[in-house]
Design a protein around this ligand. Structure first.
Ligand code: NAG
Ligand code: NAG
Length: 435
């Protein structure tokens, strides 16, 4: 009995001693980790910049990212990283590590926007009317950079990293296609990032919980009976009906939604009539709905249809509503997992310094990263690119959008650390459960 007690005391003291020892050397280890990773990433900077410029010069839209995808595959081949292709058309899933669990996923999007670049610089888009104005060229490059770093350091990887290069984030719900074709595999968590012109290069911003909206589009057609404007009584006027419908829709967000629950309903287009003296037979209008919860979006969609049909009926018209789901699948809300938030915060502080990890802002824009989060916990963070010195100040989707390329190695290192340290911690947490 005494022997057992002594033994327990001995084990207990050893554990205490080890913990104290570990915490002393931890600071040193953290510092080494950070210095090593950041300097490896910096060594790749010229390569990262050249990849990003190639992608930037040759932007490809939603599901047409053939050359972008070929470039990534060629680079993965050169580095010697195995991958699966095609997934969702142009998508690629590269895999690094032991192949066994735990598995963590990292994601980047590859598509550009139908927009004419107005920045005059050496590596301007070579394709008229197409531009990487949302930073997907940078996201893709950062993830490729992480592939190289993870591969260099694969011996220390305590599990598997799956790198998802996905098509069609801008409206095509590429993520949902990737999922359908098995891109997530056994991944138990996923990280994604988006460049942010609001915070300086070298910093990141994080929002736990809901951060981006569930979104969808709609188009309505109100049909009446056209005729001469001098005899309105012998027509059924769809212009008046559409006007009432559009005004009535405003009450959904101002009167029906919880004021503490963010929602948006914007009517952004209206078409009807072509002459001053003729009441047209129909009017079409459309726009977008947003909500910070997916459930909120479903309710808003339902009420939108009821209000338009009801208002049309009041004015003796008929209405039909098309949610445009084929062309623009609705996106769920992006909801950042709480425990992954802790992880990203810790990794961010370690790599970039506590002063460079800030609380971000919620935005009513959409992101198809949410499809992954419907299946496994995920975290989407914002990575700063603001640098007035190089003109990196314009918001995404602006024809003047311009990226501070100093952010590329930082993003590559950050993706790498998020995966590596997630796998480390996950292994530790299994040990904790056993003891
Ligand atoms: C893709 O690459 C091929 C072969 O290099 C080239 O002919 C074609 O123009 C490229 N397409 C785009 C959209 O850049
Ligand atoms: C509305 O639909 C009903 C049923 O199809 C039809 O009888 C009526 O004429 C339509 N009214 C208008 C204004 O189009």
């Amino acid at each position: 009995m005494a022997a057992i007690t002594t033994w327990i005391a001995h084990v207990f003291l050893s554990v205490l001693f080890s913990l104290a020892y570990l915490s002393v050397i931890r600071g040193r280890l953290d510092q080494d980790y950070r210095d090593q990773l950041l300097s490896s990433a910096q060594k790749d900077k010229d390569w990262l910049v050249s990849i990003r410029r190639q992608i930037h010069e040759n932007p490809e839209l939603c599901f047409q990212e053939h050359n972008t995808s070929a470039l990534i595959r060629q680079q993965l081949d050169q580095i010697g990283i195995p991958y699966s292709y095609p997934i969702a058309g142009t998508g690629i899933v590269a895999q690094i590590g032991s192949g066994s669990k735990p598995v963590v996923a990292l994601r980047a999007d590859m598509d550009a926007l139908p927009l004419q670049e107005l920045v005059e610089w050496e590596h301007k888009s070579k394709i008229d009317g197409k531009m990487h104005a949302c930073g997907h060229d940078a996201h893709t490059t950062m993830l490729l950079g992480a592939a190289k770093l993870l591969n260099q350091r694969k011996d220390r990887l305590k599990g598997t990293a799956r790198l998802l290069f996905q098509p069609a984030e801008e409206g095509g719900a590429g993520a949902s296609h990737m999922i359908r074709e098995g891109a997530l595999g056994d991944a138990e968590a996923i990280f994604g990032m988006h460049i942010d012109n609001g915070s300086p290069t070298g910093s990141i911003t994080l929002v736990p919980g809901p951060v981006l909206a569930a979104t969808c589009f709609f188009e309505a057609k109100i049909e009446g009976v056209g005729g001469h404007a001098a005899g309105p009584h012998s027509t059924v006027d769809p212009i008046v009906a559409a006007s009432f419908a559009i005004l009535a829709l405003q009450q959904l967000t101002s009167r029906e939604a919880d004021p503490l629950h963010s929602q948006v309903l914007s009517v952004t287009l209206i078409r009807g009539g072509s002459a001053f003296n003729t009441i047209p037979p129909y009017v079409e209008f459309g726009g977008t709905l947003r909500s910070l919860t997916t459930d909120g979006l479903h309710k808003l969609q339902q009420r939108l249809k009821e209000v338009i049909k009801g208002q049309a009926a009041v004015h003796r018209c008929n209405a039909s509503i098309d949610m445009k789901e084929e062309e623009f699948p609705p996106y769920p809300a992006v909801f950042n997992d709480d425990s992954l938030h802790q992880h990203v915060q810790k990794v961010g502080r370690l790599l970039l310094g506590p002063e460079n990890v800030k609380v971000g802002k919620k935005v009513m824009a959409g992101e198809d990263f949410s499809f992954y989060q419907e299946l496994i916990p995920g975290f989407m963070l914002s990575i700063g690119i603001r640098n007035e010195g190089v003109g990196s100040i314009h918001p995404p989707h602006s024809p003047y959008f311009f990226i501070d390329e100093d952010a590329l190695p930082i993003g590559a290192a950050l993706y790498t650390a998020l995966a590596e340290l997630y796998l480390n911690e996950n292994e530790h947490s299994i040990l904790h459960q056993i003891f």
